[in-house]
Design a protein around this ligand. Structure first.
Ligand code: CTP
Length: 398
């Protein structure tokens, strides 16, 4: 299944390093070409000779050993890789990758690669739950790294909790998924909108909402991973553009409308995850509004409903919307599918824990034109993004 695929396995220094041996032998059985890079501390847990015997390739530990390849070694491995897998990934290597530190063979190779990277964290529960580590994992995930979360159970140190490296078969599956099944969107052009819009009251104040853009960015990133050409039109967020995505920054609903209309003719799939402000101040003052002793009345005007306008001119394109509701989720969302001429809508119940704004997870209901409802239980936003893209790819066009 992995014939001709070149996999670099990075092993960092945790007790789970012994499980990486099984991963190598599994990958070899699938005919992959495996090259192992070990950190110096990994070599204290398992000898390089073990990995060399299993992979049938030289194992690299020290950056300054005489190279076996004609190019500079970390660059040649970085270029060679179809995928790089770090398993087990310690807090240390995760911290380095998330912060751009490249001081050994493994971190420099990952820094120099354009290949997809899979990280399988494995460590003591307290280390795993440390907010600094969690932030680093989140950052890597937002940058397009695939994270295989650890299992729960009894750890080598005797503690019970999250942090055990998953079974090698689980990591193997994520490698196969990433290598074999993610190019299904090649040839498709996707327009994604994300984040909030800001409607200026004066030069320092605005009306906006709580959208962070995470869901839209996850969709854009996954679509790019799956081979699509992706335009991301984003309102103000603190997120970095996912790898391989062409990003346009906008501020107001009107700016978003203009950019979307400009890109729309080039696209065959449009996913509107942005939380567009429905109203903007009637007048946007050019000078800061001074406070008065009396009440201040702010008059608002309607913004264009971008999705509604796209629905009118959609032609053969696939159009997907999002809906945030606090009551009558299915009825309200189904109404929006009809009104805006959508193929389907992903509806969020804001009352549900773990769903909606700011969090890294989401639970949505997908409602199509026929009123069919598919409930997607709580998953990471990247997983939800993939399911939405799967449903889009299943829509048959005549
Ligand atoms: N949308 C849009 N332009 C707007 C408002 C919404 O393109 N001015 C899009 C959103 O990006 C989303 C969908 O329409 O994909 C539904 O957004 P939502 O705010 O839930 O619905 P509204 O149509 O604004 O209805 P309401 O706020 O009354 O629930």
């Amino acid at each position: 299944m992995l014939k001709g695929k070149k996999i670099i396995l990075g092993v960092s220094g945790g007790i789970a390093a012994y499980k990486a041996c099984e991963l190598v032998s599994r990958l070899k059985k699938l005919n992959a070409e495996v090259h192992v890079i070990m950190t110096a501390s990994a070599a204290k847990f398992v000898t390089p000779l073990t990995f060399q015997s299993l992979s049938l390739n030289q194992v690299v530990v020290d950056m300054f050993e005489a190279p076996n390849y004609w190019e500079i070694e970390h660059i040649s491995l970085a270029k060679l890789a179809d995928v790089i897998v770090v398993a087990p990934a310690t807090a240390n290597i995760i911290g380095k990758l998330a912060n751009g530190i490249a001081d050994d063979m493994l971190s420099t190779t990952i820094m120099a690669t354009r290949a997809k990277v899979i990280i399988a964290p494995a460590m003591n529960t307290n280390m795993y739950e440390n907010p600094v580590l969690q932030r680093n994992i989140r950052l890597l995930s937002e940058l397009g790294y695939t994270i295989v979360p650890p299992d729960e159970g009894r750890l080598a140190c005797g503690d019970v909790g999250k942090g055990r490296m998953p079974d090698p078969s689980v990591i193997e599956k994520s490698i196969i998924d990433l290598l074999n099944f993610r190019q299904d969107m090649k040839g498709r052009t996707v327009l994604v909108t994300a984040g909030p819009t800001r409607e200026a009251i004066d030069p320092v104040r605005f009306i906006s909402n709580n959208s962070t853009g995470k869901m839209g960015y996850a969709i854009a990133g996954q679509a790019a991973l799956r081979g699509a050409k992706v335009y991301l039109v984003s309102g103000p967020t603190i997120l970095d553009a996912p790898a391989g995505v062409e990003k346009y920054n906008v501020i107001s609903a009107e700016e978003m409308y203009n950019k979307v209309m400009e890109l729309f003719p080039m696209c065959d799939i449009v996913i509107k995850a942005a939380a567009v402000a429905d109203y903007a101040p009637m007048t946007s003052y050019s000078q800061k509004v001074k406070k008065l002793d009396s009440e201040l009345e702010l008059k608002l005007k309607r913004n264009p409903d971008i999705l509604y306008e796209l629905g009118k001119i959609k032609g053969n394109r696939i159009l997907v919307g999002f809906a945030m509701e606090t009551e009558n989720l299915v009825e309200n969302a189904a109404e929006k599918v009809k009104k805006k001429n959508l193929d389907f809508i992903a509806a969020n119940d804001l009352n549900e824990e773990g769903a909606g704004f700011a969090v890294d997870t989401n639970a949505v209901k997908l409602i199509d034109r026929e009123g069919n409802v598919e409930s997607i239980p709580l998953k990471t936003k990247h997983e939800v993004a993939d399911i939405i893209l799967d449903r889009i790819m299943n829509i048959k066009r005549t």
